[in-house]
Every structure is written in structure tokens, then in C-alpha cells.
Design a protein around this ligand. Sequence first.
Ligand SMILES: *Cc1c(COP(=O)(O)O)cnc(C)c1O
Length: 364
Amino acid sequence: MQVPLLDMKAPYEELKDELDAAYARFMTSGWYVLGTQTQAFEEAYAGYCQVEHCVGVSSGLDALHLALRACDVGPGDEVLVPSNTYIATWLAVTYAGATVVPVEPDPRTYNLDPARIESAITPRTKAIMAVHLYGLPADMDPIMEAAQRHGLVVIEDNAQAQGARYKGRRTGSLGHLAAHSFYPAKNLGAYGEAGAVTTNNAAWAEKVRVLRNYGSQRKYYNEHKGFNARLDELQAAFLRVKLGCLDAWNDRRRQRAEQYMEGLADCPEITLPCVPSWAQPVWHQFVIRHPARDALQQRLTEQGIGTLIHYPIPPHRSEAYSEMGCGPGSFPIAEALAATVLSLPMGPHLTADQAAFVVERIRA
Ligand SMILES: *Cc1c(COP(=O)(O)O)cnc(C)c1O
């Protein structure tokens, strides 16, 4: 049996008729960037996230970057970022000209540790990036309380958690702004590049709207030095179709996650994901930890089971951020995670039989 980490073709097979019809409508529409499909998707996704505004953009990284620009984060400002995240979270801060200040995660949830935020705040701190890593919401209430005490803006990086809930509320509605990625492998994936910013702040939504389109509201009148970060009509049309099954597909991920949790519960060497009582995760990745991770990964590969490491090198240890001078041990929790995490096959089209096979092979 072959079990891919994520089956990228099955979604099309399931939704072929609707996606083909969306494509045909798009091809004959005569309008290809920022039009009725984008507007309809923005309205639908704002409703889904329980927020007032959604602005479609060209990627998750652009969404993070424009969200920072919208609330005036720039040179001289410090932004708290998780030490344990995909590097895009950091790059967006760098794009905005601000300085990243890494904060270690809670070693149980792998998400930003609210208890460590206070000591990282300085008079220059302007914002906090809260990442819902692997589809598990960060503990937002204490993060928002700390932000309130210090007058900071909180931006959620919701690239991995479309549809997740924190104390019953959707991620993407919990911070002051949220950035979403619709990269094909995300829970809500397009067929190319796409992203969005959500917020309840009308002025910030408008600023993102202007910045994504060359800083201009009225054609050829440029109020800001903007960017080309527009959403394609074709991707918006595909996303409208796929948004319709996001909840059902997240439920299927939950069933497979339960299977893994039960099947691997008594394996002494394996650390399973921790799900706090207030979290309803969407299992973008199902991540275990194992002290002999590399050997385990190799054995699974040999048996046709696809796995991946999210992520092998924390941003502070990457060459890209070598100027920070963070040697080994500077952020030990992030480094320990990078050395031991392993993502198992997961997705809405992973079958019960496949998950059972993965469990059986790991136990063996
Ligand atoms: C995927 C991802 C991004 C970036 O999204 P793109 O659409 O690839 O630009 C940002 N943050 C996190 C946590 C991600 O997983």
C-alpha cells in the first residue's frame, strides 16, 4: 500500500464537475483579475470566518506583509514572532522593514507561549504574529490581553488553520487582522497562488485593498507605494467551490486524527499532539515527535508511507537570518522540535485503511 503525505489529485476527482464549470465560466468571462469572482469569494470567506471584511490577495506571504503594512508596522518597529514557525511569518516582518523578535513556543502545543510574551516586549514592540501551527489555534485570549495592556496589534497567521475554532470562535476572527494562505496544500487550497486578509477594522481592510493594487483606489491615482498582490479570478472561482466543502473535509481530517491518536496512544517513545480543551483543530498536519525521528522516517519511506518534517530548520538557524547571529541553543525549544517532529499522512482523502496501515507500520 502507498500512502502519500497528502493526496493532491483526489480533491479534483471529487469536485471535477463544479471546478470544470467554474473554469469554463472564467474562460468566457473576459475578466481575469479582481472581478466578480474575487468579490463573491471575499464575501463568502468573511462570512465563513465570522468577520466583516476579507480582502483577497496573491499569497499567504503577501497577506501577512500587507496586514503588517495596513497597521503601519515599519522600520524601527519590533514584531514578536514564534521561534517555531514556517519562515514566511518572519519574512513578512522583514518585508515590512520591521525587526523580528522570536518568542519560544509552549513545548506541549508548539504554539506561541503567552507566558513568554511579556518579557519580550520593549518600547519598540508594535505587533504580535500569532501562528496557528499545524491547524491548532494558539491560546489567543492571553495573547490579546497582553497586546491590550501594551497597545499592540495582533496578526493571526491562519495559513494552516482555515476552519479551526478557539473557544467556539473561528480562527481568522480572533486577532486584529488575520492572514490566510490558499496555497494548494493548505486545508482550503487553490490551484495556484492565493491568500486573503480578514479583519473587523474597515480602515485596515481598505488599506490592504489599496496596497494590493499598486496603492491606487482610482485607476492611475496612486496614494501609496503599493504592490501587485492581486487575487486571480480563476483562483477565487475555484476557492468558492472548495469553501463549500471545507467543513466536511476538515471533519474527515478529524476522523483520521482520532484514529492516529487511539492507535498510537500507548507507544512510549511517541509524543502525540496535545489538544487543549478550548481548541478545535483542523489537522493541517498530524505531527508526532520521536527521539529517533530520522530512522523512523526512513523506515516509513521504505514502506511507501510519505512523511515530511515541518520544519527541519527553525528560521533563526536558517542562512537567510544568519545576520541575527543566533547560534545553536539560542531558541532551544524550537530547535528540539525541529530535531524530533514528523508529519504523518493527513488530508480529507486519506482513507481509514491507509491510516490503519500507517498506525500498524509505526507500531511495528
Ligand atoms: C503556507 C504558509 C505561509 C505562506 O503562504 P503562501 O501562500 O505560501 O505564501 C505563511 N505562514 C504559514 C504558517 C504557512 O504555513
